[in-house]
Ligand binder design. Structure first.
Ligand code: GBH
Length: 484
Protein backbone atom coordinates (compact mmCIF):
# COMPACT_ATOMS: atom_id res chain seq x y z
CA UNK A 1 0.00 0.00 0.00
CA UNK A 2 2.78 2.31 0.86
CA UNK A 3 3.80 2.96 -2.71
CA UNK A 4 0.29 3.32 -4.12
CA UNK A 5 -0.90 6.87 -4.66
CA UNK A 6 -4.41 7.61 -3.49
CA UNK A 7 -5.62 7.72 -7.06
CA UNK A 8 -4.12 4.29 -7.80
CA UNK A 9 -5.73 2.97 -4.66
CA UNK A 10 -9.13 4.34 -5.68
CA UNK A 11 -8.69 2.85 -9.17
CA UNK A 12 -7.86 -0.56 -7.74
CA UNK A 13 -10.97 -0.48 -5.56
CA UNK A 14 -13.10 0.38 -8.59
CA UNK A 15 -11.48 -2.45 -10.54
CA UNK A 16 -12.20 -4.84 -7.69
CA UNK A 17 -15.81 -3.69 -7.63
CA UNK A 18 -16.16 -4.70 -11.27
CA UNK A 19 -15.52 -8.31 -10.30
CA UNK A 20 -18.87 -8.53 -8.51
CA UNK A 21 -20.07 -8.05 -4.96
CA UNK A 22 -18.32 -10.89 -3.17
CA UNK A 23 -14.93 -10.41 -4.79
CA UNK A 24 -15.22 -6.67 -4.49
CA UNK A 25 -15.81 -6.73 -0.78
CA UNK A 26 -12.98 -9.19 -0.19
CA UNK A 27 -10.48 -7.35 -2.40
CA UNK A 28 -11.43 -3.94 -1.16
CA UNK A 29 -10.88 -5.04 2.42
CA UNK A 30 -7.63 -6.69 1.42
CA UNK A 31 -6.53 -3.35 0.09
CA UNK A 32 -7.67 -1.21 2.99
CA UNK A 33 -4.76 1.14 3.64
CA UNK A 34 -2.55 0.20 6.49
CA UNK A 35 -3.31 2.96 9.00
CA UNK A 36 0.22 2.86 10.28
CA UNK A 37 1.68 3.78 6.90
CA UNK A 38 -0.69 6.59 5.95
CA UNK A 39 0.51 9.28 8.36
CA UNK A 40 3.81 9.48 6.54
CA UNK A 41 2.25 10.46 3.25
CA UNK A 42 2.47 14.19 2.62
CA UNK A 43 -0.85 15.78 1.85
CA UNK A 44 0.20 19.33 0.95
CA UNK A 45 2.12 20.41 -2.16
CA UNK A 46 5.89 20.00 -1.71
CA UNK A 47 6.50 23.76 -1.78
CA UNK A 48 3.73 24.55 0.74
CA UNK A 49 4.86 27.31 3.14
CA UNK A 50 4.55 26.46 6.82
CA UNK A 51 5.12 29.56 8.89
CA UNK A 52 4.31 31.54 11.97
CA UNK A 53 2.93 35.05 12.26
CA UNK A 54 3.56 37.99 14.60
CA UNK A 55 3.17 41.75 14.45
CA UNK A 56 5.48 44.62 15.35
CA UNK A 57 3.74 46.25 18.30
CA UNK A 58 2.90 42.86 19.79
CA UNK A 59 6.50 41.58 19.95
CA UNK A 60 9.16 44.23 19.35
CA UNK A 61 9.27 46.45 22.44
CA UNK A 62 12.08 49.04 22.14
CA UNK A 63 9.47 51.71 21.58
CA UNK A 64 11.85 54.59 22.20
CA UNK A 65 14.91 53.19 20.52
CA UNK A 66 16.80 54.28 17.42
CA UNK A 67 14.47 57.13 16.55
CA UNK A 68 11.13 55.28 16.51
CA UNK A 69 8.13 57.63 16.55
CA UNK A 70 5.00 57.11 18.64
CA UNK A 71 2.13 55.00 17.37
CA UNK A 72 -1.53 55.21 18.30
CA UNK A 73 -1.05 51.94 20.22
CA UNK A 74 1.60 53.54 22.45
CA UNK A 75 -0.87 56.26 23.30
CA UNK A 76 -3.81 53.89 23.72
CA UNK A 77 -2.00 51.32 25.86
CA UNK A 78 -0.73 54.10 28.14
CA UNK A 79 -4.26 55.43 28.60
CA UNK A 80 -5.58 54.07 31.92
CA UNK A 81 -8.38 51.57 31.59
CA UNK A 82 -7.85 50.65 27.95
CA UNK A 83 -5.70 47.53 28.28
CA UNK A 84 -5.90 44.63 30.74
CA UNK A 85 -3.95 45.46 33.91
CA UNK A 86 -2.43 48.52 32.26
CA UNK A 87 -0.13 46.36 30.11
CA UNK A 88 1.72 48.10 27.26
CA UNK A 89 3.94 47.07 24.35
CA UNK A 90 6.91 48.99 25.76
CA UNK A 91 8.95 45.80 26.17
CA UNK A 92 6.65 43.04 24.87
CA UNK A 93 8.87 40.13 23.71
CA UNK A 94 11.83 42.43 23.18
CA UNK A 95 12.13 40.91 19.73
CA UNK A 96 13.85 44.12 18.59
CA UNK A 97 16.86 42.78 20.46
CA UNK A 98 16.10 39.07 20.54
CA UNK A 99 15.18 38.58 16.87
CA UNK A 100 18.02 36.14 16.26
CA UNK A 101 16.72 33.93 19.02
CA UNK A 102 13.25 34.14 17.51
CA UNK A 103 14.55 33.13 14.10
CA UNK A 104 16.12 30.12 15.83
CA UNK A 105 12.71 29.14 17.18
CA UNK A 106 11.32 29.24 13.65
CA UNK A 107 14.22 27.21 12.39
CA UNK A 108 13.84 24.55 15.00
CA UNK A 109 10.20 24.14 13.96
CA UNK A 110 11.34 23.64 10.38
CA UNK A 111 9.28 26.68 9.34
CA UNK A 112 9.77 27.89 5.76
CA UNK A 113 8.06 31.26 6.18
CA UNK A 114 7.71 34.03 8.76
CA UNK A 115 5.00 36.65 8.57
CA UNK A 116 5.95 39.71 10.61
CA UNK A 117 4.93 43.33 10.38
CA UNK A 118 6.86 46.53 10.05
CA UNK A 119 6.31 49.33 12.52
CA UNK A 120 5.47 52.33 10.37
CA UNK A 121 6.62 54.88 13.03
CA UNK A 122 9.93 53.05 13.35
CA UNK A 123 10.59 53.59 9.65
CA UNK A 124 8.84 56.93 9.12
CA UNK A 125 8.49 58.43 12.62
CA UNK A 126 6.03 61.18 11.64
CA UNK A 127 4.05 59.01 9.25
CA UNK A 128 5.12 61.09 6.26
CA UNK A 129 8.37 62.70 5.31
CA UNK A 130 11.82 61.81 6.44
CA UNK A 131 12.56 58.10 6.86
CA UNK A 132 14.54 56.81 9.82
CA UNK A 133 17.38 54.69 8.44
CA UNK A 134 18.08 53.08 11.81
CA UNK A 135 14.52 51.81 11.95
CA UNK A 136 14.68 50.33 8.48
CA UNK A 137 18.05 48.78 9.29
CA UNK A 138 16.40 46.62 11.97
CA UNK A 139 14.15 45.04 9.36
CA UNK A 140 17.11 44.54 7.03
CA UNK A 141 18.89 42.64 9.78
CA UNK A 142 15.79 40.55 10.47
CA UNK A 143 15.25 39.75 6.79
CA UNK A 144 18.90 38.79 6.35
CA UNK A 145 18.76 36.54 9.39
CA UNK A 146 15.66 34.81 8.04
CA UNK A 147 17.18 34.32 4.60
CA UNK A 148 20.37 32.93 6.12
CA UNK A 149 18.14 30.30 7.76
CA UNK A 150 16.16 29.54 4.59
CA UNK A 151 13.00 31.12 5.95
CA UNK A 152 11.06 33.29 3.51
CA UNK A 153 10.03 36.70 4.89
CA UNK A 154 6.38 37.67 4.40
CA UNK A 155 5.93 41.31 5.36
CA UNK A 156 2.77 42.96 6.63
CA UNK A 157 3.14 46.70 6.16
CA UNK A 158 0.37 47.86 8.45
CA UNK A 159 -0.74 45.90 11.51
CA UNK A 160 -2.55 48.70 13.40
CA UNK A 161 0.37 50.78 14.77
CA UNK A 162 -0.39 54.04 12.98
CA UNK A 163 2.07 56.90 13.53
CA UNK A 164 0.49 59.12 16.16
CA UNK A 165 1.78 62.20 14.35
CA UNK A 166 -0.55 61.81 11.35
CA UNK A 167 -3.16 64.55 11.72
CA UNK A 168 -6.67 63.12 12.03
CA UNK A 169 -5.45 59.52 11.77
CA UNK A 170 -7.71 57.34 9.64
CA UNK A 171 -10.45 59.97 9.75
CA UNK A 172 -8.33 61.87 7.28
CA UNK A 173 -8.17 60.83 3.66
CA UNK A 174 -4.52 61.97 3.64
CA UNK A 175 -3.66 58.96 5.80
CA UNK A 176 -4.58 56.65 2.92
CA UNK A 177 -2.03 58.43 0.76
CA UNK A 178 0.53 58.32 3.58
CA UNK A 179 0.09 54.53 3.83
CA UNK A 180 0.68 54.21 0.10
CA UNK A 181 3.87 56.28 0.24
CA UNK A 182 5.21 54.42 3.28
CA UNK A 183 4.41 51.02 1.74
CA UNK A 184 6.10 52.00 -1.50
CA UNK A 185 9.17 53.21 0.35
CA UNK A 186 9.57 49.96 2.30
CA UNK A 187 8.90 47.73 -0.69
CA UNK A 188 11.34 49.76 -2.75
CA UNK A 189 14.03 49.15 -0.18
CA UNK A 190 13.33 45.52 0.70
CA UNK A 191 12.01 43.91 -2.49
CA UNK A 192 15.52 42.85 -3.45
CA UNK A 193 15.18 40.28 -0.64
CA UNK A 194 11.47 40.05 0.10
CA UNK A 195 8.98 38.72 -2.42
CA UNK A 196 5.65 38.85 -0.58
CA UNK A 197 4.01 41.94 0.91
CA UNK A 198 0.66 42.25 2.68
CA UNK A 199 -0.58 45.82 2.68
CA UNK A 200 -2.81 45.72 5.76
CA UNK A 201 -4.03 43.42 8.49
CA UNK A 202 -7.78 43.13 9.14
CA UNK A 203 -9.65 46.16 7.87
CA UNK A 204 -12.53 45.84 10.29
CA UNK A 205 -10.22 46.02 13.30
CA UNK A 206 -8.61 49.21 12.01
CA UNK A 207 -11.93 50.85 11.22
CA UNK A 208 -14.77 49.52 13.35
CA UNK A 209 -13.01 48.09 16.39
CA UNK A 210 -10.80 51.20 16.71
CA UNK A 211 -13.24 53.90 15.63
CA UNK A 212 -16.75 52.66 16.29
CA UNK A 213 -16.47 50.20 19.19
CA UNK A 214 -13.50 52.03 20.72
CA UNK A 215 -11.88 48.77 21.87
CA UNK A 216 -8.68 49.25 19.85
CA UNK A 217 -6.54 52.35 19.28
CA UNK A 218 -7.41 55.14 18.81
CA UNK A 219 -10.37 54.21 21.01
CA UNK A 220 -13.01 56.32 19.28
CA UNK A 221 -16.74 55.74 19.23
CA UNK A 222 -17.66 57.65 16.10
CA UNK A 223 -21.06 57.80 14.43
CA UNK A 224 -21.89 55.22 11.75
CA UNK A 225 -21.32 57.78 8.99
CA UNK A 226 -17.93 58.77 10.34
CA UNK A 227 -16.88 55.16 10.93
CA UNK A 228 -17.95 54.20 7.40
CA UNK A 229 -15.75 56.98 6.09
CA UNK A 230 -12.85 55.51 8.07
CA UNK A 231 -13.59 52.13 6.44
CA UNK A 232 -13.38 53.81 3.07
CA UNK A 233 -10.07 55.51 3.85
CA UNK A 234 -8.58 52.22 5.00
CA UNK A 235 -9.51 50.25 1.88
CA UNK A 236 -8.37 53.22 -0.20
CA UNK A 237 -5.04 53.15 1.67
CA UNK A 238 -4.72 49.46 0.80
CA UNK A 239 -5.36 50.17 -2.89
CA UNK A 240 -2.87 53.02 -2.98
CA UNK A 241 -0.31 50.83 -1.25
CA UNK A 242 -0.77 48.14 -3.93
CA UNK A 243 -0.19 50.71 -6.64
CA UNK A 244 2.85 52.40 -5.08
CA UNK A 245 4.41 49.03 -4.23
CA UNK A 246 4.03 47.96 -7.85
CA UNK A 247 5.59 51.22 -9.00
CA UNK A 248 8.56 51.04 -6.59
CA UNK A 249 9.33 47.35 -6.06
CA UNK A 250 11.29 44.97 -8.21
CA UNK A 251 9.52 43.02 -10.91
CA UNK A 252 8.20 39.75 -9.50
CA UNK A 253 7.20 41.29 -6.16
CA UNK A 254 3.86 39.84 -5.08
CA UNK A 255 1.25 41.93 -3.29
CA UNK A 256 -1.83 40.99 -1.33
CA UNK A 257 -3.49 41.66 2.01
CA UNK A 258 -4.26 39.83 5.23
CA UNK A 259 -7.96 40.02 5.86
CA UNK A 260 -10.18 38.58 8.57
CA UNK A 261 -13.11 38.10 6.26
CA UNK A 262 -16.18 36.87 8.04
CA UNK A 263 -16.12 33.14 7.35
CA UNK A 264 -19.56 31.81 6.51
CA UNK A 265 -19.92 28.07 6.93
CA UNK A 266 -22.96 26.19 5.65
CA UNK A 267 -24.83 24.92 8.69
CA UNK A 268 -25.15 21.59 6.87
CA UNK A 269 -23.18 20.73 3.75
CA UNK A 270 -26.06 20.60 1.30
CA UNK A 271 -26.36 22.52 -1.94
CA UNK A 272 -28.80 25.12 -0.65
CA UNK A 273 -26.75 25.94 2.46
CA UNK A 274 -23.50 25.93 0.50
CA UNK A 275 -25.05 28.51 -1.83
CA UNK A 276 -26.20 30.52 1.18
CA UNK A 277 -22.65 30.60 2.54
CA UNK A 278 -21.38 31.71 -0.85
CA UNK A 279 -23.85 34.62 -0.99
CA UNK A 280 -23.24 35.56 2.60
CA UNK A 281 -19.48 35.68 2.02
CA UNK A 282 -19.90 38.27 -0.70
CA UNK A 283 -22.54 40.35 1.03
CA UNK A 284 -21.25 40.05 4.59
CA UNK A 285 -17.81 41.30 3.54
CA UNK A 286 -19.14 44.09 1.31
CA UNK A 287 -17.28 47.04 2.90
CA UNK A 288 -13.93 45.25 2.81
CA UNK A 289 -12.85 42.13 0.89
CA UNK A 290 -15.70 42.33 -1.61
CA UNK A 291 -14.89 45.99 -2.35
CA UNK A 292 -11.21 45.13 -2.83
CA UNK A 293 -11.86 42.10 -5.04
CA UNK A 294 -14.60 43.71 -7.14
CA UNK A 295 -13.66 47.40 -7.12
CA UNK A 296 -17.15 48.40 -6.02
CA UNK A 297 -19.44 48.62 -3.02
CA UNK A 298 -22.42 46.31 -3.38
CA UNK A 299 -25.76 48.06 -3.73
CA UNK A 300 -27.02 46.20 -0.67
CA UNK A 301 -24.25 47.72 1.46
CA UNK A 302 -24.81 51.26 0.20
CA UNK A 303 -28.60 50.99 0.51
CA UNK A 304 -28.34 49.46 3.96
CA UNK A 305 -26.14 52.34 5.17
CA UNK A 306 -28.32 54.95 3.43
CA UNK A 307 -27.28 58.46 4.45
CA UNK A 308 -24.36 56.97 6.42
CA UNK A 309 -22.76 55.41 3.34
CA UNK A 310 -19.16 56.48 2.69
CA UNK A 311 -18.44 59.44 0.45
CA UNK A 312 -16.51 58.09 -2.50
CA UNK A 313 -14.42 60.33 -4.76
CA UNK A 314 -14.08 59.79 -8.50
CA UNK A 315 -11.55 57.05 -9.20
CA UNK A 316 -11.45 55.66 -5.64
CA UNK A 317 -13.08 52.36 -6.45
CA UNK A 318 -10.63 51.62 -9.24
CA UNK A 319 -7.76 52.16 -6.80
CA UNK A 320 -9.43 50.02 -4.14
CA UNK A 321 -9.94 47.25 -6.69
CA UNK A 322 -6.29 47.19 -7.82
CA UNK A 323 -5.57 43.59 -8.85
CA UNK A 324 -3.79 41.45 -6.26
CA UNK A 325 -1.37 38.57 -6.62
CA UNK A 326 -2.83 36.68 -3.68
CA UNK A 327 -5.35 36.90 -0.87
CA UNK A 328 -4.42 36.20 2.74
CA UNK A 329 -7.16 35.23 5.17
CA UNK A 330 -6.92 35.20 8.95
CA UNK A 331 -9.19 32.41 10.14
CA UNK A 332 -10.36 32.06 13.71
CA UNK A 333 -14.06 31.39 14.01
CA UNK A 334 -17.03 30.30 11.89
CA UNK A 335 -20.36 31.98 11.27
CA UNK A 336 -22.92 29.32 10.43
CA UNK A 337 -25.50 30.20 7.80
CA UNK A 338 -28.49 28.50 6.35
CA UNK A 339 -30.66 29.15 3.35
CA UNK A 340 -34.08 30.55 4.15
CA UNK A 341 -37.05 32.16 2.47
CA UNK A 342 -36.07 35.74 3.31
CA UNK A 343 -35.35 38.40 0.68
CA UNK A 344 -31.60 38.00 1.12
CA UNK A 345 -31.99 34.23 0.90
CA UNK A 346 -30.03 33.24 3.99
CA UNK A 347 -29.71 33.86 7.67
CA UNK A 348 -26.81 33.72 10.08
CA UNK A 349 -27.43 31.28 12.92
CA UNK A 350 -27.28 32.56 16.47
CA UNK A 351 -25.00 30.67 18.86
CA UNK A 352 -26.30 28.56 21.70
CA UNK A 353 -24.72 29.62 25.00
CA UNK A 354 -23.05 26.20 25.13
CA UNK A 355 -21.09 26.88 21.93
CA UNK A 356 -17.43 26.12 22.81
CA UNK A 357 -14.70 28.75 22.71
CA UNK A 358 -11.03 28.97 23.59
CA UNK A 359 -9.52 31.13 26.37
CA UNK A 360 -10.56 34.30 24.50
CA UNK A 361 -14.34 34.45 24.81
CA UNK A 362 -14.72 35.57 21.18
CA UNK A 363 -12.75 32.63 19.80
CA UNK A 364 -15.47 30.15 18.95
CA UNK A 365 -14.15 26.83 17.72
CA UNK A 366 -15.07 25.73 14.20
CA UNK A 367 -12.23 23.97 12.37
CA UNK A 368 -14.18 23.73 9.10
CA UNK A 369 -14.04 27.56 8.90
CA UNK A 370 -10.59 27.26 7.35
CA UNK A 371 -11.90 25.07 4.52
CA UNK A 372 -14.91 27.28 3.81
CA UNK A 373 -12.87 30.47 3.93
CA UNK A 374 -10.70 29.11 1.13
CA UNK A 375 -13.53 27.57 -0.84
CA UNK A 376 -15.85 30.57 -0.70
CA UNK A 377 -13.15 33.11 -1.53
CA UNK A 378 -11.79 30.90 -4.33
CA UNK A 379 -15.15 30.26 -5.91
CA UNK A 380 -16.33 33.85 -5.73
CA UNK A 381 -13.19 35.76 -6.75
CA UNK A 382 -10.82 33.11 -8.12
CA UNK A 383 -7.60 34.60 -6.74
CA UNK A 384 -4.44 33.13 -8.25
CA UNK A 385 -3.21 32.16 -4.79
CA UNK A 386 -4.33 32.19 -1.17
CA UNK A 387 -2.55 32.07 2.15
CA UNK A 388 -3.92 31.44 5.59
CA UNK A 389 -2.17 34.44 7.11
CA UNK A 390 -3.28 33.68 10.69
CA UNK A 391 -4.81 30.79 12.57
CA UNK A 392 -4.32 29.83 16.18
CA UNK A 393 -5.80 30.24 19.61
CA UNK A 394 -5.42 31.34 23.20
CA UNK A 395 -5.14 28.77 25.94
CA UNK A 396 -4.83 29.10 29.72
CA UNK A 397 -1.26 27.85 29.64
CA UNK A 398 0.46 26.96 32.88
CA UNK A 399 3.99 25.82 33.47
CA UNK A 400 4.13 22.40 35.11
CA UNK A 401 6.57 21.77 37.97
CA UNK A 402 8.97 20.38 35.33
CA UNK A 403 8.65 23.56 33.28
CA UNK A 404 6.46 22.06 30.53
CA UNK A 405 3.37 23.54 28.92
CA UNK A 406 0.93 20.79 28.00
CA UNK A 407 -1.43 22.84 25.84
CA UNK A 408 -3.47 19.91 24.63
CA UNK A 409 -6.42 22.20 23.90
CA UNK A 410 -4.29 24.25 21.49
CA UNK A 411 -3.02 21.07 19.83
CA UNK A 412 -6.62 19.89 19.46
CA UNK A 413 -7.57 23.25 17.95
CA UNK A 414 -4.67 23.35 15.49
CA UNK A 415 -4.90 19.69 14.47
CA UNK A 416 -8.55 20.09 13.57
CA UNK A 417 -8.13 23.33 11.64
CA UNK A 418 -5.13 21.96 9.73
CA UNK A 419 -7.11 18.83 8.90
CA UNK A 420 -9.73 21.00 7.23
CA UNK A 421 -7.01 23.03 5.52
CA UNK A 422 -5.77 19.72 4.14
CA UNK A 423 -9.18 19.08 2.65
CA UNK A 424 -8.96 22.41 0.80
CA UNK A 425 -5.48 21.58 -0.50
CA UNK A 426 -6.56 18.07 -1.55
CA UNK A 427 -9.52 19.49 -3.47
CA UNK A 428 -7.13 21.64 -5.48
CA UNK A 429 -7.80 25.13 -4.15
CA UNK A 430 -4.66 27.23 -4.65
CA UNK A 431 -3.69 27.59 -0.99
CA UNK A 432 0.06 28.15 -0.85
CA UNK A 433 0.84 28.49 2.83
CA UNK A 434 -0.26 28.62 6.45
CA UNK A 435 0.97 31.03 9.13
CA UNK A 436 0.24 29.97 12.67
CA UNK A 437 -0.68 32.77 15.09
CA UNK A 438 1.55 32.98 16.92
CA UNK A 439 5.22 32.10 17.10
CA UNK A 440 5.22 33.09 20.78
CA UNK A 441 3.04 34.64 23.47
CA UNK A 442 2.85 38.39 22.98
CA UNK A 443 0.96 41.63 23.67
CA UNK A 444 -2.59 40.64 22.82
CA UNK A 445 -3.82 44.20 22.28
CA UNK A 446 -6.59 45.08 24.80
CA UNK A 447 -6.03 41.74 26.56
CA UNK A 448 -2.41 42.71 27.22
CA UNK A 449 -0.35 39.75 28.39
CA UNK A 450 -3.45 38.11 29.85
CA UNK A 451 -4.13 35.95 26.81
CA UNK A 452 -1.45 33.67 25.35
CA UNK A 453 -1.58 32.72 21.66
CA UNK A 454 1.99 31.44 21.26
CA UNK A 455 3.30 27.97 20.56
CA UNK A 456 6.31 29.15 22.56
CA UNK A 457 5.69 30.22 26.13
CA UNK A 458 7.24 33.55 27.06
CA UNK A 459 8.18 34.44 30.62
CA UNK A 460 7.74 38.20 30.41
CA UNK A 461 10.04 38.77 33.39
CA UNK A 462 13.03 36.97 31.92
CA UNK A 463 12.11 36.86 28.20
CA UNK A 464 12.77 33.14 28.24
CA UNK A 465 10.98 31.30 25.41
CA UNK A 466 9.92 27.69 26.02
CA UNK A 467 8.39 25.47 23.32
CA UNK A 468 4.92 24.25 24.27
CA UNK A 469 3.50 20.86 23.31
CA UNK A 470 1.90 22.69 20.37
CA UNK A 471 5.36 23.63 19.07
CA UNK A 472 6.26 19.94 19.07
CA UNK A 473 3.03 19.19 17.26
CA UNK A 474 3.73 21.88 14.65
CA UNK A 475 7.26 20.61 14.05
CA UNK A 476 5.84 17.17 13.35
CA UNK A 477 3.15 18.51 10.99
CA UNK A 478 5.77 20.48 9.08
CA UNK A 479 8.13 17.50 8.91
CA UNK A 480 5.44 15.24 7.45
CA UNK A 481 3.82 18.03 5.40
CA UNK A 482 0.37 17.01 6.59
CA UNK A 483 -2.09 17.19 9.46
CA UNK A 484 -0.96 14.98 12.31
C1 GBH B 1 -6.03 38.77 15.06
O1 GBH B 1 -7.31 39.34 15.10
C2 GBH B 1 -4.95 39.84 14.99
O2 GBH B 1 -4.53 40.00 13.66
C3 GBH B 1 -3.76 39.55 15.86
O3 GBH B 1 -2.99 40.71 15.97
C4 GBH B 1 -4.23 39.04 17.20
O4 GBH B 1 -3.19 38.87 18.13
C5 GBH B 1 -4.91 37.73 16.96
O5 GBH B 1 -5.97 37.88 16.09
C6 GBH B 1 -5.47 37.08 18.22
O6 GBH B 1 -6.47 37.89 18.75
O7 GBH B 1 -14.57 40.65 18.65
O8 GBH B 1 -15.58 42.78 19.06
O9 GBH B 1 -14.78 41.45 20.94
C7 GBH B 1 -8.38 38.43 15.22
C8 GBH B 1 -9.75 39.09 15.11
C9 GBH B 1 -11.07 40.88 15.94
C10 GBH B 1 -10.45 39.14 17.40
C11 GBH B 1 -11.36 41.78 17.14
C12 GBH B 1 -10.71 40.01 18.60
C13 GBH B 1 -11.93 41.79 19.51
C14 GBH B 1 -13.08 42.69 19.43
N1 GBH B 1 -10.04 39.93 16.27
N2 GBH B 1 -11.74 40.98 18.30
S1 GBH B 1 -14.61 41.84 19.51
Amino acid sequence: MKNLTRRQFAASVVAAAALGPAASARDAFAQTPNPASRPDQPEFPPDFIWGCATSAYQIEGAVKEDGRGLSIWDTFSHTPGKVFQGDTGDVADDSYHLYKEDVKLLRSLGATGYRFSISWPRVIPDGTGKPNEKGLAYYERLVDELLANNIAPYITLYHWDLPQALPGGWQSRDTAKALGDYAGFVAGRLSDRVKHFFTTNEFVCISDVGHRLGLFAPGLTLSAAEANQVRHHVVLGHGLAVQVIRANARGGTLVGLAENAVVYVPAIETREHVEAAHRATREGNAPFLTAVMEGKYLDGYLEGEGANAPKVAEGDMRIIGSPLDFVGINVYQPQYVRADGSAQGYSVESRPTSYPHMASPWLFIGPEAIYWAIRNVSEIWKPAALFITENGCSSDDVLTAEGRIEDTDRVMFLRNYVTHLQRAAAEGYPVKGYFLWSLMDNFEFPDGYGKRFGIHYVDFNTQKRTPKLSAEWYREAIRRNRAV
